[in-house]
Write a protein that binds this ligand. Sequence first.
Ligand code: DHB
Length: 511
Amino acid sequence: GGIALNANASSEGGDATTDSGLVFDPTAYTEKTKTVTDTDGDDHEVTYRFWQAITYVAKPVDETYQCLNVSVPVEIDGTAIDASDAPILFANSVGGYMPSSVADATEVGGGGMSMGGGAGAPSGAPTSSASASALPNANGNTNATGGAMNTNQLLALAAGYVVVEPGARGRTLKNSAGEYYGTAPAAIVDLKAAVRYVRSNKGRIPGDVDRIVSAGTSAGGALSALLGASGDSKLYDTYLAELGAADASDAIFATGTWCPITDLEHADGAYEWNWGANALSTGKQVDQTVSKALQSQFAEYQAGLRLRGLNGFGPLTARNYDAYLLKQYMEPSATAYLAALSDADRETYLAKNTFLTWSGSKATFTWADFLTHVGARKKDAPAFDAFDLSAGENNEFGAGTTLSRHFTAYGAKNDTTGLSSKRVASDIPAKLDLMNPMYHLVEKVNGKRSKHWWIRLGTKDSDTAHTVSANLAAAAKGLGDDVNHLYYWDEGHGANTDPGDFITWIAEVTG
Ligand code: DHB
């Protein structure tokens, strides 16, 4: 079985905050049961206490989003358990930098994006069943993100952990004055406020508030990585004070991040470096002048990072990053995939994928063949700061009554929407730092960062460049952190094919 029960000692007396309205009420739960299928296919009957829609700031802007749910297991397969000192999985369900709400979720894992996606869990039923085994590939579908992460929450609950699910404002929210109030840095400020709420209720809220493990996918993965990197940074203080956030640490003990769509201001260059040779699904090539210009921006950026590859690879540059990705990640990923297949299935796969050499139980291939194997790139050039302001990220950097803005010099310079200014607005650079984990790991070295990193990405995910996750891993590792990073072979965007291993990893790093 992939599940380790966590039965710990009872809670100590608390030093919880008395901030008005931010006091967790230990009695305000409803009891629920859930059948969770583990990664071996075995069912577990979990009885848990569920706290719904707790507003986590004293001065909320929008309580639909600025609230969290708490799930605490009390009995698993008929055995009483005490989760008062268990690790806390802090699982956001942000996708696409969109608003995400848990306000209407009536059970663990029931929250999600406001765009109609989310976990799709049945609501209202006191007992329901859900499979937490490996989910199908969510290629190209941001709406599937909530579903993939829902697996983590279910497995965590069945492992005896406390599960906290925060909502957060997102980029499309607009008030009656026409002002966007969920654009950067709203989502990260909200998630930090939620962490502070949990921490400030130490002794009242079940779980070990000093063992918070953050998780998220895609934009939610970016925010999870950012929570991990930016713990207790002073840069967010004024935003947090404005919301009446609890006065407590927002540092995260360990970080889980799946396909993080992050390092946004450098992602256009990285994308062209990675996928520049790949055509769009229409068969069309992107503008090669734009692609080449962006590629040279990546070369400069990557050199400036001064990162070293894992396992003694040496300095990572635009020239050697293909070899690095191939040897460190892609070939080992294919090797693990093929090794797990039956002989017959492996033969079938190899016959269909002749670019791949299987010898001595190892997969080898060239970078060029790997790119061909991935096929169509998901995004046009530039992928993130679109000249016509059409990318979701343009909206993420909107402000006031302006829906979408440029956030790179190159995007602004090449604007096609008729803007009078060809430069990024003056507030953008500071907001980019607030949104970028690399800022907190490389430019500043935040001593309060998470020291444990679980990073996952599908090899066929072209929502961003493969270098984004690999740079995050290299930066954390370079600071001496514990990094567990691998790519899921042939999986697309939002994949989470080893959720049981993540749950085991939580036990290891928090144990
Ligand atoms: C997500 C996907 C994207 O391609 C992107 O640019 C931002 C976010 C997502 O799935 O969350």
